[in-house]
Design a protein around this ligand. Sequence first.
Ligand code: HEM
Length: 334
Amino acid sequence: MARGSEEHCNVPTARSRSCVFRMQFSAFGANSIFTDEPENVRYILQEGALAGKVGMGTDFHDQWHEFLGDSTFNLDGEKWKGSRAKLRKQFTRERLADLHLFEYHVERMIRFIKAHEGKPVPVLDLLHRFTLDTSMHYMLGTDENTVENPVNQFSHAWDTVFEIMDARARAGGLWRIILPQKPMKDAMAILNGVAYPQIDRAIERRKAGEKLGDSFLDAITADTLDREEIRGHLMTIMLGGRDTAALTLTNTLHALARHPRVYAKARAEVMNVVGPTDAPTFQQMKELKYLRAIINEVLRLWPILPYTRKNALRDLSLPVGGKNGGPVAVLAGK
Ligand code: HEM
């Protein structure tokens, strides 16, 4: 049973209305605050997180530990900052500008779609396979080709892990007692069975002073040779990047199919900036302003991550949402 009260809302306009709600879940005694106030969201994701006042908390850390180890998504405070700093270093402009790998996978996917001409193609499933292939190639340097070979142990184990994480979140603090642990162990054995040999080879290459490749894995061994830490970084990026990209692409294709006028304009922009045969460069991608506006609108209409949950690790105050629009006091543990 939940009891809610509206604490404060911005003066609504035709385009925006943001609020802070306080919610009591009486069955478990939990006390939650919901907010979409930009000031509060900024505080939660930046200032509060950097000050170690806001974070995921120990329950979340433990639920995700087998999968993520100790990494950016499930660490808090100083440890989170350290882990995040190592990840950020990998997202340099040069690495992001290297589009060859993505082009290789896009071409294969287009070939796959063309080979099914006249037959329906399950777009979300295909794009999930596409983003798995690109993530694994980019991160590990392996080409799994699940686009053409959908029955793949790794992708099946990946999906199993997320079903289990969902069940753990719903079971709350009781997950260790009421959920069977074997399915998670089996799924992780498959994921780690693919990841560990690649990680170990990268560590050996780095130690032997060999010339390294372009993969994220080779690059991250410059910052750490800890096998578990590297595994955590890999899983974090694949977790952050795979479904988000697949869903954004699927929703964008859906929107374009429903709006032929917008599709025609976007196509004309691509033809004008990139041309009919070339692969886009990083600079050209930045010039595709109409396409970017479409993707932004798609994310606004169908947010991929419509909400996120955080814990108050220490007593804190959210900037707005209290009586008369002032700060909201939040006690540690809420
Ligand atoms: C449309 C695409 C995406 C959306 C909507 C999205 C959304 C978000 C949001 C809302 C958060 C904050 C979550 C929180 O702290 O509770 C987040 C964090 C994160 N995302 Fe994404 N993301 C997207 C794509 C990606 C991609 C492509 C990657 C990696 C290649 C990625 C990696 C991460 C990581 C590592 C974090 C944790 C950052 C930290 O704790 O400081 N995301 N994302």
